[in-house]
Design a protein around this ligand. Structure first.
Ligand code: ZN
Ligand code: ZN
Length: 198
């Protein structure tokens, strides 16, 4: 079944029942410019919009959201500084209970509940919702953050730049040898050698 692609990341929770309803959203350049905080180290908008697919249904009063964020982003390799395309694929399952008259103790969560009709717990597994239209922008943002690699690498075996002469060791070797100042063991070994000289 072809699910119509939506750009506004909203789901009407009041219309949900126990039969899973499929939704599909796109996070492209305009969504990126509106919702991604520029100062927090997020990459540039994707060339092709990221896709957020969601199945939403109710069990009793709880709303279950499950789905997947997919796409790719251009990142900078942490070793050789080259730009490369990083595939993203992050699945999720959220169990949301009605907030009722409760207000989250955390001011950020309280603001999210007021703004989006939804706030998430620390573990990104549970949350609270209010009735009506629910905005999933912050869910999407969280999924992007989860999907981004801790250390971006253009490939596992990237040799990186030489810390001494700066040459890209993927392209050409240099004569600096195997000194690896980033290794704490190398630093320790150097320390021992120096002591032995005295
Ligand atoms: Zn690299
Ligand atoms: Zn070198």
């Amino acid at each position: 079944m072809q699910i119509p692609m939506q750009t506004a990341m909203q789901i009407d929770f009041d219309a949900l029942d126990e039969t899973p309803a499929p939704f599909a959203f796109e996070a492209g350049t305009s969504w990126w410019r509106t919702h991604v905080p520029a100062q927090q180290g997020f990459p540039d908008p994707p060339e092709q919009p990221l896709r957020l697919s969601v199945r939403a249904y109710k069990t009793g009063e709880d709303v279950i959201l499950e789905g997947m964020l997919e796409g790719s982003l251009e990142l900078e390799c942490g070793r050789c500084l080259a730009r490369y395309r990083q595939p993203l694929r992050e699945s999720f399952r959220l169990v949301l209970e009605p907030a009722g008259s409760r207000v989250p103790a955390d001011p950020e969560a309280a603001a999210a509940l007021a703004r989006d009709g939804l706030c998430l717990g620390d573990e990104f597994e549970t949350g609270w919702y209010r009735e009506g239209e629910i905005h999933l922008d912050s869910v999407c943002l969280e999924l992007i953050a989860l999907a981004l690699p801790v250390q971006p690498l253009c490939r596992e075996a990237c040799a990186g730049l030489c810390p001494r002469c700066g040459v890209d060791r993927n392209v050409s070797p240099c004569d600096c040898g195997e000194v690896r100042p980033e290794s704490p063991f190398a630093a320790l070994a150097a320390l021992r050698t120096n002591r032995g000289d005295r």
